[in-house]
Design a protein around this ligand. Sequence first.
Ligand SMILES: [Zn+2]
Length: 152
Amino acid sequence: MMDLHTLLPELVPKAVAWAEVQSERILRCGVSLTPHGIALARGVGVYRPELVRVELVPQLPLPDDPLLQQVALAAGLLGPDMVGLTLGYGIFIVQGHANDRLVSHELRHVHQYETFGSISGFMPVYLAQIAEFGYEAAPLERDAREHEAHAV
Ligand SMILES: [Zn+2]
């Protein structure tokens, strides 16, 4: 696999720009959380659940930028197996996968964005973790997994 560390300085600004555009799209086109979704959000520490929007999509969008696209696929961030993506207060969910476990996972990422203050605050840390630990073991992913709601 390509050396993500050396690519980060070039990658991070591109990822932030892409994420901000996608996030704005979700905030325009997505739907607010239901009362149940708001309860899930509060349960994983989201401070402003009323700002969250969810857009159901046939598949997650891929960046046009060749480097960004290549890295996102190689790192396992995007691609056919991925069914959720959180960008600030915007959450993409692939149609047919909107269950409490996935939504609570993505909502925990919203909490993380809130903690970092913005997409441009979150993304450099997140991508550096992906480069260092890989997707599965990245601390921000582990944290999101640990906050997943389990079906009762
Ligand atoms: Zn995640």
